[in-house]
Design a protein around this ligand. Sequence first.
Ligand SMILES: [Zn+2]
Length: 236
Amino acid sequence: MAGKQRPRFLWLASCAHIGEESHDAKLFAQYLAWAKRHNADIVVMGDLLDTGLCIGTKHIGSVWENDLTPDEQIDRACSLLGPLKRQIIGVVTGNHELRIERVTSINPLKQVALRLGVDYSGPSKVLRWNKWTLFCAHGTSGNLTSDFKKVLDGWEGVSVIALAHVHYLMTQTIVRFVVEEGSAIVRSRKIHLIRTGNFLKYAKYAALALHSPTDVGSAILEDNGSGNLKIHLGLP
Ligand SMILES: [Zn+2]
């Protein structure tokens, strides 16, 4: 009897920034259509919504650079992701959704997840995808490596660490020695570090902060049956 077919692709969908005037709606639509066509699994990696506010504590953005209100951003996100809701296997928050949570206690991405009927995990999610164990979080530091180091320091046994936040689209594979408990046997294991990308053209806030421009698009994992994980930086 043939078993359930393993999912071939996993789209790490981060930093769409729906509602920000520089949101690349055309490219995001291409990814949505591709994901539907390939029945790809999806993890929403935060900053799905931009949520520019005029009040808040830190990193509030600007309502003047948004062309949708937060309420309209929730509606837009639900209508875009609705047809793919059965493919969503994880949702973690980004700092942009946290802008609203910090002033109201209500996280708008949690509201999107609730409306879609998918699990919302808050700050991070560990999940098993085919033969790999993923740690997914939005990330918090502007430094490219420090968030990876924090996860490597605090979590044992993950084979992929996927982070967003800095908007870079890049991957690095590292190797660690693992000493088997109760013995002196040393093995090595690979860990894939991924920065999952974004759907934002060069935004005004990025120019003001002197952020470097980055490639747009997402990281996509592929299990092509070879036993190795293939990581695409952009649509395959
Ligand atoms: Zn972002």
